[in-house]
Design a protein around this ligand. Structure first.
Ligand code: BG6
Length: 493
């Protein structure tokens, strides 16, 4: 649908009439979306008359739906949050429609709350298999106006082909500017801070390239397992569940060229260029540049965790861990490896990026080995930035100088102690309400990411790359250590 500017401006001027959550009783909605909306309501960030409409197939009365939302908000934010006036005014906004959203006739019940003449957000927190059908049904039901925004929760499809089919169905009634493909990592403060760190400081840009950088590491480590989502997970595995989106987004923010502005197209254009420059490994080299792993039983913080196979209750070759040596074929990054890894049931929940700089060309300190300078960006659980530098240790060493690597630390968690740690979805909802798409994934971007992931998956198949078991509570299979050690480097565990 083409967007006429004045109609869109009219729709926006009157504010978002409704946020409609499809899959309203599902896990994501209950754990993240409703609590995020409640926070925004409490802070006065939702438009005055904005309805919050839950849609799902479950035939329960509206009151019961509110009770469920209340329980989940209480669990996420605390029981006190749902006892006062804030909860009562929030509950008044909530409407529940038990409908099949793929059926245009049933969808017309939405018209009373989300008329197409007003702006609205249609958030699809449902299986990607339904994205195309619901988007088409919304159009057929005449519910899509110039101010209607469609939010799609990841994963967008399961490979490039299915993602392209979803994009094509969506494009029948929505222009690209109306589509908000969610990768919740982009809603995290720490991830947005990567943009600030790189482009608000003159210090890094001149050395952010192959001349000065030895390698980059990106790690998303989780202690949780698949938590009852075995059907979904078995079809996706860590490559599609984590690498295709969250990990690749972090990589793009580290590797992209400076965008000319924070404008939605400027930032996303630069990310797409990185994705297109990712080198696809061939079947003959995939074994040397990737590791697949699956967790066995083991102890995490002294508690016994079951193996993936026990949780799935069937034999499975699905990977819960991936390590990759990634190459980016462009002028800035030629020859600089990006070692990335992600896994479930690891020893620690930690997400970090390490930019390791080249060592000095000639050392005058014969008695002390010099470690590479490193910029360490910790994103989770605490947000910290540290610059590792070589220093002289106090005292009179044998050679006159004893050196030691030390950190210049910036703890954002400490500096902004009083700032509430937001749920990533809060920021994303605000952007959807205000119509800003910079922090959402563009159609061509999602397809480019899938293209690269599909090639890895195909190479795994052709080369029959095995899935190695690692004990829960460890840092993954031993061969992941070997992958980086072959290049004379080590993971920062
Ligand atoms: C989701 C994945 O997108 O991200 C999950 O499907 C994963 O498997 C989760 O656990 C991690 O998110 P966070 O915000 O806890 O790092």
């Amino acid at each position: 649908m083409s967007e006429t500017k004045s109609a869109s401006e009219d729709a926006e001027a009157s504010g978002v009439a409704a946020i409609v959550v499809f899959g309203a009783t599902g896990d994501l909605a209950m754990r993240m979306l409703w609590p995020s909306l409640f926070h925004l309501h409490r802070e006065g960030r939702l438009p005055e008359d904005c309805r919050l409409v839950g849609c799902a197939r479950l035939g329960i009365p509206e009151d019961e739906f509110r009770t469920r939302v209340r329980a989940d908000v209480a669990q996420k934010i605390g029981p006190d949050a749902v006892t006062g006036a804030d909860w009562r005014s929030f509950a008044k906004r909530i409407v529940y429609l038990a409908i099949d959203a793929t059926d245009a006739d049933q969808l017309s019940a939405l018209r009373a709350h989300a008329p197409p003449e007003r702006a609205s957000v249609m958030y699809l927190a449902v299986s990607p298999a339904l994205f195309g059908r619901i988007a088409l049904a919304l159009g057929d039901a005449g519910l899509v106006g110039p101010g209607t925004r469609l939010a799609l929760e990841k994963p967008i499809g399961g490979d490039r082909e299915s993602a392209a089919a979803i994009n094509a169905d969506v494009a029948r009634h929505f222009s690209e500017r109306q589509v908000f493909r969610v990768d919740h990592y982009l809603g995290k403060e720490a991830v947005q801070n990567l943009i600030a760190l790189r482009f608000a400081n003159a210090l890094f840009e001149p050395i952010w390239n192959r001349e000065c950088i030895d390698h980059v590491q990106i790690c998303i480590g989780e202690t949780i397992g698949v938590d009852g989502r075995t059907d979904y997970y078995d079809a996706y595995g860590a490559l599609r569940d984590m690498v295709q989106n969250h990990l690749i987004q972090l990589l793009c923010l580290v590797a992209m060229e400076p965008p000319y502005s924070l404008d939605q197209e400027a930032v996303r254009d630069e990310k797409v260029k990185v994705l297109r420059a990712l080198k696809p490994p061939s079947a003959s080299e995939i074994g040397a540049v990737s590791v697949r792993g699956q967790y066995g039983a083991g102890y995490i913080d002294g508690v016994l965790a079951r193996s993936y196979v026990e949780e799935a209750k069937r034999p499975s070759g699905t990977e819960t861990y991936v390590a990759l040596k990634v190459e980016i074929d462009n002028w800035r990054w030629a020859g600089v490896p990006f070692y990335v890894r992600t896994g479930k049931r690891l020893g620690e929940r930690r997400t970090y990026i390490v930019v390791s700089f080249r060592n000095v060309p000639h050392s005058i300190f014969a008695g002390s080995p010099l470690a590479n300078n490193e910029l360490v960006i910790e994103l989770q659980p605490d947000e910290e930035i540290a610059l590792r530098l070589m220093n002289k240790a106090p005292g009179i060493g044998q050679d006159g100088m004893t050196l030691q690597a030390m950190s210049l630390d910036l703890s954002l968690s400490d500096s902004f102690k009083d700032a509430r740690r937001r749920i990533a979805y809060e920021r994303l909802f605000v952007d959807m309400i205000e119509g800003r798409t910079t922090l959402f994934v563009r159609g061509d971007e999602v397809e480019a990411a899938w293209s690269w992931v599909d090639q890895i998956s195909e190479a795994w198949k052709q080369a029959d790359v095995p899935c190695e078991t690692y004990p829960a509570g460890s840092w993954g299979p031993a061969s992941a250590r070997a992958l980086i050690a072959r290049d004379g480097r080590a993971w920062r565990d």
